[in-house]
Design a protein around this ligand. Structure first.
Ligand SMILES: Cc1cc2nc3c(=O)[nH]c(=O)nc-3n(C[C@H](O)[C@H](O)[C@H](O)COP(=O)(O)O)c2cc1C
Length: 287
């Protein structure tokens, strides 16, 4: 099991010491053109989680390739996964074709940002275009806001993806005292601990639908959370919102995982893989 960061939740050049505690670093989503992102206010705390409406602010593919990626590779000495975004299958495929195995361990296709317009093509069509553009491992990152996740997972596997990243944020909103939306865009992506049951359900359903490796994320805060994600079928686990509050989360979570394994009577985290499925025989209406 690899412990990763969730895309957009760690600036590895600003905090390389935090990134080096991970097994691989996932970049913020990069789009073909530079993006300023949305107007402030772009972040809001709620009683139960965080809202962000960053809107994929990033320097664009050209600067990413010429400056940021070489800096990341030289600074981190870690496998780097690049998160790729776009507004058409062509955008995604062009970015995939520009990435090479010397610097990049895997590509995560962000098919699910709640803060920007989506490509007209389906997730599977985008994966097909990217598959033709690169031999690098391709992970498709999905939103949990789809009722039949297992169907999407099967289509993405058939299109040639090598793995799934589950889950991205869900759309949410929060109001201020005067009953006005706090975020300038009114709605944003909702993340943090309250997303965990949603993420576990998505991983559970997709694991029953495919054998693809799954990077699980969504509200992971502790070593016990990691164990639960693996028990539902995650192969790897990523830390997101928790990194904003606790930069020591990678080593803390690893230490807690050791305790959680002892408490569960397990030796290795891999021993927990899919344990949650053993007591569930049929799940036809959800998987
Ligand atoms: C501030 C912020 C920025 C994010 N930016 C991205 C992004 O650029 N690309 C992406 O795929 N996901 C992005 N995400 C989503 C996270 O990678 C992750 O899927 C989500 O937050 C759920 O995990 P968590 O509850 O542990 O944070 C972002 C999340 C936050 C909170």
């Amino acid at each position: 099991m690899l412990l990763l960061n969730a895309s957009g939740c760690l600036d590895a050049l600003a905090a390389p010491g935090v990134a080096r505690r991970l097994d691989a670093f996932v970049t913020k989503t990069v789009t073909p053109e530079p993006r300023q992102g949305n107007q402030p206010v772009r972040i809001a705390e709620t009683d139960s989680g965080m809202l962000n409406a960053i809107g994929l602010a990033n320097p664009g593919r050209e600067r990413f390739l010429s400056q940021i990626l070489p800096d990341l590779v030289a600074t981190l000495e870690l496998p780097v996964w690049v998160s790729v975004g776009g507004f058409s299958a062509h955008d995604y495929a062009e970015s995939c074709a520009a990435l090479h195995g010397d610097d990049v361990a895997a590509i995560e296709l962000n098919l699910s940002c709640p803060n920007v317009d989506e490509a007209a093509e389906s997730a599977a069509d985008i994966v097909t275009a990217c598959r033709a553009a690169t031999p690098l491992p391709l992970y498709a990152k999905l939103s949990p806001a789809t009722w039949d996740m297992s169907e999407v997972a099967r289509a993405i596997e058939a299109a040639g993806a090598d793995g799934l990243s589950l889950v991205n944020t869900m759309r949410g909103a929060a109001l201020d005292r005067d009953l006005r939306p706090i975020l300038a865009t009114a709605t944003g992506g909702y993340s943090g601990p309250s997303l965990k049951p949603v993420a576990l359900a998505a991983i559970f359903a997709c694991r029953r639908a495919t054998d693809l490796p799954i990077v699980g994320m969504g509200g992971v805060q502790s070593g016990r959370d990691v164990l639960e994600f693996v028990a539902c079928g995650a192969t790897h686990v990523a830390l997101g919102t928790t990194l904003f509050a606790d930069p020591d989360a990678p080593q803390r979570v690893r230490a807690e995982l050791r305790t959680a394994l002892d408490e569960a009577g397990l030796e290795r985290v891999e021993d927990a893989f899919c344990l949650a499925h053993e007591s569930v025989a049929v799940l036809d209406n959800h998987a």
